[in-house]
Design a protein around this ligand. Structure first.
Ligand code: IMP
Length: 437
């Protein structure tokens, strides 16, 4: 039975949550493998909106298991809040529905403080992080001084780890606070220990060896859906470095971040909006700082699900999609928010860049070059019809069909799903990745 990775093909916010929610019906479990509560996955089911930051989007389906893999960084207070909110609404009735890897790293208060104060210190070259402590937590992991979920369950070990790490973090914070003219935050071992031991005790029923559980499921032939967070262009290796997040968002990390071998993955589905958005700093060649950009933001409700920040909006970038196809090995693409383009007279798709007078068709490796390129556009006629009621490809207006077909040609990836509204039902699924071909 195929296992499928769903991945963002742009700079995040492509609508992965909706596609994962839709595909969960065909899977037995959903796995998050990277990122943390910097993600915000919005789901609308029967008109009711749910925003999830840590728990995989499949949780709204009773009987489906959701796994937070070792590659995720976990803010335990946020996770407990999400669990409580879901339970209050009648979801997550059975605790066995959620598993958290004992090897996932934990976000502590100093990570969040370091994240915000470092951003302040960066001034004009700030990355525009979500301020959730994601980068500093991954740094501790790689520096081999991180604290993991398993440590939260062992108060003696947790005390030792906090005693080692907190003074070092406070040293750096002291310098940053002095630069910012701010008071050094009061963080003491007993208080952090008490708070995080209590959170550990609360989360204990969910903490397991997720790799062992998943490999057993693979052996039994379970269908697994891996839910990527952020997007390819925010990947720490393959994104627009340094304006990226601190994890690998590409499909290859689905194996590493869940403790399975790469042979467990069969298909990779990329998700792209019918246009492009980006939150935070960094290059964005097709950005529109005009009335059309404003219209996309307004009609597409382009405000961050995590921070509420307005998203930068622009035309679809085919160079970015081809790149995403390459570094993820995309099998198919879901094109979301096609309905947002209704009413625009002419649409533009960028298929190449002009870099200092030279036409280039691949993404340049230097972000300074990407910041300088001029998009080379091809124009296509738009359509006026609203798309919310469309349920089959044939029902799309002719120009919308042409647009979708052109996206396939430009990206080199077949469009297997088209989303025409936020609700689960407002979708045209042309090919189901869980069906064997
Ligand atoms: P961080 O992940 O909070 O460190 O932020 C690094 C960059 O990734 C910033 O530009 C953020 O705006 C961006 N980012 C992080 N998570 C998301 C997301 O879920 N959607 C879109 N952008 C994100």
């Amino acid at each position: 039975m195929p296992n499928v990775v769903v991945i963002g093909a742009q700079w995040g916010d492509e609508g992965k949550g909706k596609v994962v929610d839709l595909l969960t019906e065909h899977a037995q479990m959903v796995v998050r493998f990277q990122g943390g509560n910097n993600a915000g996955h919005t789901l609308v089911v029967g008109g009711q909106k749910t925003v999830l930051h840590l728990i995989p989007s499949g949780i709204l389906h009773p009987g489906k298991t959701c796994v937070i893999g070792n590659g995720v960084v976990v803010d335990p207070a946020v996770l407990v809040g999400e669990i409580d909110a879901l339970k209050a609404r009648g979801f997550l009735k059975d605790d066995a529905q959620l598993l958290i890897s004992d090897n996932a790293h934990v976000i502590f208060p100093w990570h969040k403080l370091l994240d915000s104060f470092r951003e302040k210190a960066r001034g004009g070259s700030a990355i525009g992080t979500t301020g959730r402590g994601i980068g500093p937590s991954y740094e501790d992991k790689v520096a081999r001084r991180g604290i993991r979920m398993r440590d939260l369950l062992n108060p003696d070990r947790l005390r030792k780890r906090i005693e080692e790490r907190l003074p070092q973090a406070l040293e750096e914070l002291k310098d940053l606070c002095a630069q910012a003219g701010a008071d050094v935050p009061q963080l003491e071992v007993p208080q952090v220990l008490a708070e995080f031991s209590a959170l550990g005790a609360r989360l204990k029923p969910y903490v397991h060896d997720a790799s062992l559980y998943l490999s057993e499921q693979v052996r039994r032939g379970a269908r697994i859906l891996f839910e990527g967070a952020q997007g390819t262009l925010l990947d720490v290796d393959h994104g627009t470095y340094p304006f990226v997040t601190s994890s690998n968002c590409v499909a290859g990390n689905a194996a590493v971040g869940s403790g399975l071998g790469p042979t467990a993955i069969d298909k990779v589905m990329g998700i792209s909006k019918a246009y492009t958005t980006r939150v935070g700093g960094g290059p964005f060649p097709t950005e529109l700082n005009d009335a059309i950009g404003e219209q996309l933001r307004k009609v597409g409700d382009e405000f961050g699900a995590t921070t509420g920040r307005p998203r930068r909006c622009g035309w679809l970038d085919g160079v970015v999609l081809r790149y995403a196809a390459r570094v993820n090995g995309l099998w198919g693409m879901a094109l979301t928010k096609l309905d947002v383009l209704s009413g625009l007279k002419t649409l533009q798709i960028c298929n190449a860049y002009d870099l200092d007078g030279q036409k280039i068709t691949e993404l340049p490796g230097d972000y300074e070059d990407l910041a300088r390129v001029k998009p080379i556009y091809e124009s296509m006629p738009g359509w006026d019809e609203k798309l919310a009621g469309v349920r089959t490809f044939d029902e799309l207006p002719e120009n919308a069909k042409r647009y979708v077909r052109r996206v396939e040609e430009v990206s080199g990836v077949p469009v297997v799903c088209v989303s025409v509204g936020a609700d689960r039902g407002e979708t045209v699924l042309l090919q189901n990745p869980f069906r064997a071909e």
